[in-house]
Every structure is written in C-alpha cells, then in structure tokens.
Design a protein around this ligand. Sequence first.
Ligand SMILES: [Zn+2]
Length: 144
Amino acid sequence: MKILEDILSQDVNKIWSASCKIRHIRDTKILNLLAAQIPQILRATDGIQMGASEVHLSSALKKLNFVERNNEVSSEKRLCFCELYLTDIFYSPIEEEKLGYVEINEVQNIPWNEKYQCICRACKQYFHVDAREYHYTWFEWTKK
Ligand SMILES: [Zn+2]
C-alpha cells in the first residue's frame, strides 16, 4: 500500500504526504491495515527531523490510535470520526463538506476569522468552527 510505504519511507515529504492522506481516510479496511502498523511507523519515524510536518505525522498517529481504540470497544461505544476534529486543527469544514462528512449550515465571513456552523452527517453532532490565520489557516472545532 502506497500510504504505508510512504509513511515508512523515512523521507520527510513522503511522510508528510501520507500523514495528510490518513487525515481524510474513512475506509476502515485501509485504516485497520495502517493501525496494525503503528509500532513499525513509530520505529521508522523515530528521530526523523520533521520540522513543521511533525504535527501532521502526530495527527495521523492519533487517528490510527483512535481506530485501534474503536476496534477494542463494543460497537455502541465506538466514537464517530468527527471526534478527531476536536484534536486536529487541519480539518477544514469546507473540505470535510466536499468529502461528504459534514454539512455546513451557516458561514459568517468575518475577516481573518470566519466562523462555521456544521453538523456531522454520520452522528448528527453539531459543531462550531473558527477559522484562524497564522502562517497558515487552521480551524478550531467545538461541539455545540
Ligand atoms: Zn460524527
């Protein structure tokens, strides 16, 4: 699997690219395959100077740990993928809507700080999202 090869490659750009892809995958077969490789990923990325891409790798690992944890509990205790929005500032509500995961109900176009109201299409949880500008745009998601 290309994503797995990339994240194990010890090449910063490939690790970054694979990590960003993992952020948006919801296919449980692929996620389970990747989650089974967490120890290998940790070993392969240990000591690699990721710089600004570090946050993407740690978000990818957080997601794979989330997948693993979900697999260990009974189905009614499984958390929805939207829980990850609370801990990863790179989930754009616009992109999530394009992927069909959320529906944006309201946008407030405040310069430098757009605000969104949206709902997870899977579990119907409402979110308030603040878009913030620093050297890049990031998003702060809170449950409503
Ligand atoms: Zn949800």
